[in-house]
Design a protein around this ligand. Structure first.
Ligand SMILES: Nc1ncnc2c1ncn2[C@@H]1O[C@H](COP(=O)(O)OP(=O)(O)OP(=O)(O)O)[C@@H](O)[C@H]1O
Ligand SMILES: [Mg+2]
Length: 502
């Protein structure tokens, strides 16, 4: 395997070597053959489509799952971890998307949880606070060690998790999609921190579906496809197109298919909508149009969507569809009026994790499919098969519990479910977050298809290339208001949007 060329550490040696790893779950070969290594001072990205086996490989490394075959060497010695705590003790710190911090404790207490600083056998809070402040300082954090974790933002919690890894002297940092919930300025702060840590010899494994971040951050990239590692190369040996083709296993012509529908009449109108931090927003959207909503985190994009959908109470404002006023004061009203919202939060959106994929799919529409209380089983099965095929949802079988699906496939399952409600106005909040490049493309096609059917499609996204690529028009929000508009998204630029957003 090619060692890293851009490693920043002075003494470059292998920290980790995983070879010929194999792992299956009942009915699923999650990893058929994976090889992965990591050097000191290196950021090694692991990329691949949803369900390719990335998280499983990480869970094998961190003692969550046991491999069926293969070997792991750490600092050139064979190891195998039976439990996550064994991996932690060996210096592997893993930062999951769901944080493991205790919200009711202070930052310092969390950093030293499980290996408290003591003096004369007593807990030494003063010293803990001082050490924590030092670590936080190194990470450029702007909050105190005695802040309660429940008062922190997601980005700040992530920094606390990293501080905890440093306090434990971890040599390997594993991050599975760390930037999914961060704002752009928070992402660049995190990246600064990671570069600094690699300069000191830390090895980082970085999983992300955001390829621009991967290309900017990684020294090497390993691509996984269908449970196998396909290639490992220095980042300079990949073009973006190469990388995508390796991931999906076929050539891709264009990343962003543009909406080809010609927008018709004004279908949807929002007049003087206020509520929460949203102040007096008005806009229209035409049938067949894909309208983007851009803005920084906290600008109020999600709030606008939630107000329209009736998930939050509006202080004032009117919502009209085809000139008719809609009376929406709850999500139930919204769905009945033909308005639906796809949020990016899979759990809050009510994926029933223990239930099968098919039952989760059927949930949206129990009422409309049942006649005299009887569900049309055959019809449901057929629609489910159609949707899983068109969205390319990877399942071992239709009765597989939702919790066993990879993150991206869970997201697609939710989309499939909402599409069954036959809405006229579809609000997508970060529709491609956490889903792979091939699935993103499928999602864009689907958005275009909805527009072609004459629906009103509104897309909220933090990924500006995505908005510019698939929307007809983009509204830019700032502090709860519409700050401006990019009338022709095909001619817009990221700079133009950013200038309006900040
Ligand atoms: N606990 C489990 N039981 C059964 N199957 C599982 C389990 N965990 C993962 N799988 C299956 O193993 C395969 C690999 O999943 P994994 O979560 O590793 O994918 P991933 O590359 O991390 O995808 P994503 O990008 O969507 O997070 C998938 O087919 C998944 O359904
Ligand atoms: Mg994963």
């Amino acid at each position: 395997m090619v060692p890293p060329v851009r490693s920043r550490a002075e003494d470059v040696r292998p920290l980790l070597e995983m070879a010929a790893i194999r792992k299956s779950f009942p009915g699923v070969m999650a990893i058929s053959s994976a090889t992965f290594d990591l050097y000191t001072g290196e950021i090694h990205a692991l990329v691949g489509e949803n369900g390719a086996g990335k998280s499983t490989l990480i869970k094998i490394l961190t003692g969550v799952h046991q491999m069926d075959a293969g070997s792991i060497r750490l600092d050139e010695r064979p190891v195998s971890f039976r439990r996550p705590v064994d991996a932690q003790q060996a210096g592997i710190a893993t930062i999951y998307q769901e944080f493991t911090l205790v919200p009711a404790l202070t930052v310092a207490a969390n950093i030293f949880l499980g290996h408290e600083v003591t003096g004369n056998g007593l807990l030494d809070h003063r010293r803990e606070n001082r050490l924590a402040a030092e670590l936080l300082g190194r990470l450029g954090a702007e909050f105190d060690p005695d802040t309660c974790v429940s008062d922190l933002t997601v980005a700040q919690m992530q920094i606390v998790e990293i501080a905890r890894a440093l306090a434990r002297d971890a040599g390997i940092l594993v991050m599975d999609e760390p930037t999914a919930a961060l704002a752009p300025q928070e992402v660049s702060h995190l990246f600064g921190v990671l570069k600094e840590l690699s300069g000191r010899g830390m090895g980082t494994i970085f999983i992300s579906h955001r390829l621009d971040e991967v290309m900017a951050m990684a020294d090497r990239i390993t691509v996984m496809r269908d449970g196998a590692t396909i290639t490992t190369r220095g980042v300079d040996d990949f073009t973006r197109t190469d990388l995508i083709e390796q991931m999906v296993g076929r050539p891709i012509e264009q990343e962003y298919p543009r909406n080809t529908a010609s927008p018709g009449e004004t279908g949807f109108e929002v007049r003087s909508l206020s509520g929460g931090t949203v102040r007096d927003i008005s806009f229209t959207a035409r049938r067949g149009e894909v309208l983007g909503l851009a803005g920084l985190m906290g600008a109020g994009r999600t709030e606008v969507a939630r107000l329209i959908f009736g998930a939050d109470r509006k202080a004032s404002g009117e919502i009209l569809l085809d000139g008719r006023r809609l009376d929406i004061s709850s999500p139930r009203d919204a769905i009945r009026s033909g308005v639906c919202l796809l949020t990016e939060d899979r759990k809050a959106q009510g994926l029933v994790l223990k239930a099968s994929a098919k039952d989760n799919f059927a949930l949206a529409n129990l009422a409309s499919w049942s006649r005299l209380g009887w569900i049309h089983q055959r019809r449901e099965q057929r629609r489910f098969a159609d949707r899983t095929a068109s969205l390319n949802i990877r399942l071992a079988h239709s009765d597989q519990p939702a919790e066993e699906l990879s993150g991206g496939n869970q997201q697609k399952l939710l989309v499939a479910r909402w599409l069954e409600t036959n809405s006229e106005v579809i609000l997508f909040d970060e529709p491609t977050r956490g889903i792979d490049v091939g699935a993103k493309y499928d999602m864009y096609l689907l958005i275009g298809e909805l527009a072609a059917q004459g629906k009103v499609v509104i897309v909220i996204s933090s990924e500006l290339p995505e908005l510019l690529g698939i929307c007809d028009r983009i509204l830019v929000m700032r502090r709860g208001q519409v700050a401006g508009e990019v009338c022709d998204a095909s001619k817009g630029t990221q700079e133009e949007i950013m200038a309006l957003a900040v």
